[in-house]
Design a binder for this molecule. Structure first.
Ligand code: C5P
Length: 256
């Protein structure tokens, strides 16, 4: 019996592969819903629906709208990344992680700078949770350059600090990290092919960097080994968010 075309790589046409790569890119793009209320979030989701499978809910929207803002996203079949970057004493973070896991999100963040005991407590809080979210440790914020680091007493370069925090996180059993595209290649070789590396600070060529310092284009971030890209303003502030998202997807697909 002949092997169906879709199962036989030698028969797959270039156009089929291009479609597959675009689909792969769509699964790796996380659009940041950095908007002030649920109505604005719903409007943005409508504008980019079809372009992505993931939305990130961060502090601005979650503080304003609460957990209810997740419901339409989950009901719409989207995966949700809850990016609240917990950083507190281990007991408080563990409890908050448990509460967040109960919301049905697929990824969530804590700050690696909370230290090994906090990271271990966060990880342990997910043990026994049914279908738990991926727990990601934020290394060094993409808005931090050397001056910002020096100001808080971190005199080593961001790349070294990212590596130190990732090594510490791995020892505490953390398997996913948030870093900039500048460090992702080093973290990929440190953490291995299975780890989840999420990269914000994405700026297509010519885009405003805003408050972000350690930025890269979508293509660069993918080529360096990113698992997922988080994109906010280059999509949300674009005159046509869907068109901006599709341009980013095309660049990601070409780099895959
Ligand atoms: O608008 P922009 O693309 O810069 O948005 C980046 C998003 O990623 C924001 O929601 C921000 O909170 C988040 N983020 C980040 N740097 C990190 C972790 C998360 O910029 N290290």
């Amino acid at each position: 019996m002949p092997i169906p075309e879709r199962l036989n790589p030698t028969l797959r046409s270039a156009s089929t592969l291009a479609v597959d790569r675009l689909e792969d890119a769509r699964n790796r793009l996380i659009v940041a819903l950095d908007v002030p209320d649920a109505a604005s979030a719903a409007a943005l989701v409508r504008q980019v629906e079809g372009s992505c499978r993931w939305f990130k809910v961060g502090l601005e929207l979650f503080v304003a709208a609460g957990p209810a803002v997740l419901e339409p996203l989950l009901a719409g079949g989207y995966s949700v990344f809850l990016d609240l970057k917990f950083h507190d004493i281990p007991n408080t973070v563990a409890s908050a992680v448990r509460s967040a896991a109960a919301l049905g999100v697929r990824m969530m963040t804590v700050h690696a700078a909370g230290g090994p005991a906090m990271l271990a407590a966060a990880r342990e809080a997910l043990e026994g949770v049914n279908n738990p979210p991926e727990l990601l440790a934020v290394t060094v914020l993409t808005s931090m350059g050397q001056l910002q680091m020096d100001a808080i007493g971190l005199n080593r370069p961001p790349s070294q600090q990212v590596e130190l925090l990732a090594r510490m996180g791995m020892e505490a059993g953390i398997k996913g990290f948030v870093c900039s595209a500048k460090e992702v290649a080093a973290l990929r070789s440190l953490t291995g092919p299975e780890s989840i590396l999420v990269i914000p600070g994405i700026r297509p060529a010519g885009a405003e960097s805003g408050d972000q310092m350690r930025t890269a284009t979508p293509g660069e971030a993918i080529r360096q080994g990113a698992s997922y890209l988080v994109v906010g303003r280059p999509i949300t502030q674009a005159a046509d968010p869907a068109e901006a998202a599709e341009a980013i997807l095309k660049e990601m697909a070409e780099a895959l």
